[in-house]
Design a protein around this ligand. Structure first.
Ligand SMILES: Cc1cc2nc3c(=O)[nH]c(=O)nc-3n(C[C@H](O)[C@H](O)[C@H](O)COP(=O)(O)O)c2cc1C
Length: 377
């Protein structure tokens, strides 16, 4: 009996190993397609790291930059393929280009998918700090679920923050160290994903993500209509038009002989980072001045002129009154911002005004590094 048992155990193990590898072969995806959007290269690098791992496993793989797709309506979705969506997080959400892309994406043909968002990774001493996803993962997962996709993974990747309108670019040594850590993690994740494992790291911060939902909604409007309206080109601009050529969504055009940022701008930071003359800045001084002028002077004048207060008081009360007031305020602020950006752009041709704007732009100062990231795959 003992002899019988000891012979059976190795044989059983072999059968298990054989069955397991057979199962893995059946489960292995035949094709991988990753759709990505990237402002400064982080999401592009992540997409390529995963593609490289898939190709090592002889899985036919493709990485597609959605901003280069001629038409987003006729995407051919390969049957049974694993589909990835990868994009930076902008204001606790996907940037509109990615969000609209998902909305118009075809229905699943027996496809599995994964959602990846690159976030603002930082480093304090030896500690790696994560970014915040907000609604990115949930919104996309709901859309893809409705389209019939099986969601295999929701994964944030904390690569260096490129949000240089708000903070100086990170030091190159910090960038390198964040990059090498996140590359290792992403490759491990890719192996697991291709082994058929599920991973839902995106759900770990559910509570915080829910709490910042209102900010995500507000950013969706403010980001487009106010943040994009804070970029300008200084006198150092040589009109090489590199920013126009490289803008992933053709949001920059020439007005009054200098680059002008239209409302389609995603604030992806590509232009600011690639400008060879370092001539593109964020007009912090202008944004503050415009905000205070609009909120405490123009808005008061408009309310008086149109007698909005008395109309609101007469017709509505309580929360309805407050909500309406909020929306009226927001609409006027955005509208006035758009108008003031046009005026601001016109006045940039006057040297004194331009210098004043330049010296009140934090991005102008030497210590305010740019975020330059080459292809790292
Ligand atoms: C306008 C803007 C908004 C951002 N909002 C967030 C955010 O809400 N949460 C976060 O973690 N990172 C945020 N970031 C940082 C980027 O998501 C992050 O640096 C990303 O890795 C950049 O990817 P890319 O190089 O592919 O564009 C933001 C960056 C920009 C430019």
């Amino acid at each position: 009996m003992m002899f019988y048992n000891s012979c059976l155990t190795p044989a059983l193990i072999e059968v298990f190993v054989f069955l397991y590898s057979l199962m893995m072969k059946i489960m292995e995806y035949k094709k991988l397609v990753i759709y990505y959007f990237s402002g400064t290269g982080n999401a592009r690098n992540v997409s390529h790291w995963i593609k490289d791992i898939a190709e090592k496993r002889e899985i036919e793989s493709e990485v597609i930059d959605i901003s280069k797709l001629k038409t987003r309506k006729n995407i051919k979705l390969p049957k049974d393929a694993l589909i990835g969506f990868c994009s930076p997080t902008h204001g606790f959400n996907f940037p509109p280009i990615m969000f609209h892309f998902l909305l118009r994406f075809p229905r699943s043909k027996n496809n599995s998918c994964f959602i990846m968002n690159t976030r603002a990774g930082m480093k304090a001493g030896k500690i790696f700090l994560p970014g915040l996803s907000g609604m990115v993962q949930y919104f996309s997962a709901i859309i893809l679920k409705f389209k019939g996709f099986r969601i295999r993974a929701m994964q944030p990747v904390d690569l260096p923050s490129n949000w240089i309108s708000f903070h100086p670019g990170l030091k190159p040594t910090v960038v390198d160290s964040i990059y090498s850590k996140r590359k290792r993690e992403t490759e491990r994740f890719a192996q697991q994903l291709l082994n058929g494992k599920r991973s839902f790291k995106g759900l770990y911060t559910l509570l915080i993500d829910i709490l910042i939902t209102p900010v995500a909604f507000a950013y969706y409007i403010v980001g487009r209509f106010v943040l994009a309206k804070s970029f300008y080109a200084t006198r150092d601009c040589t009109m090489c038009k590199l920013c126009i050529q490289k803008c992933p969504i053709q949001a920059i055009k020439i007005v009054d002989d200098r680059p002008f940022w239209t409302y389609t701008c995603e604030s992806c930071m590509q232009c600011m980072n690639i400008c060879p003359e370092r001539a593109i800045e964020t007009a912090h001084g202008f944004v503050f001045a415009a905000y205070f002028l609009i909120k405490f002077y123009l808005l008061v004048k408009i309310y008086d002129l149109l007698q909005i207060n008395s109309i609101l008081e007469k017709c509505f009360s309580g929360w309805l009154n407050n909500t309406l007031r909020f929306f009226i305020n927001a609409s006027f602020i955005i509208l006035l911002f758009i108008i003031s950006y046009r005026v601001f752009h016109y006045f940039l041709k006057f040297k004194l005004f331009e210098r004043l704007v330049v010296y009140t732009s934090l991005t102008r100062w030497k210590f305010w590094r740019r975020y330059k990231i080459e292809n790292r795959y």
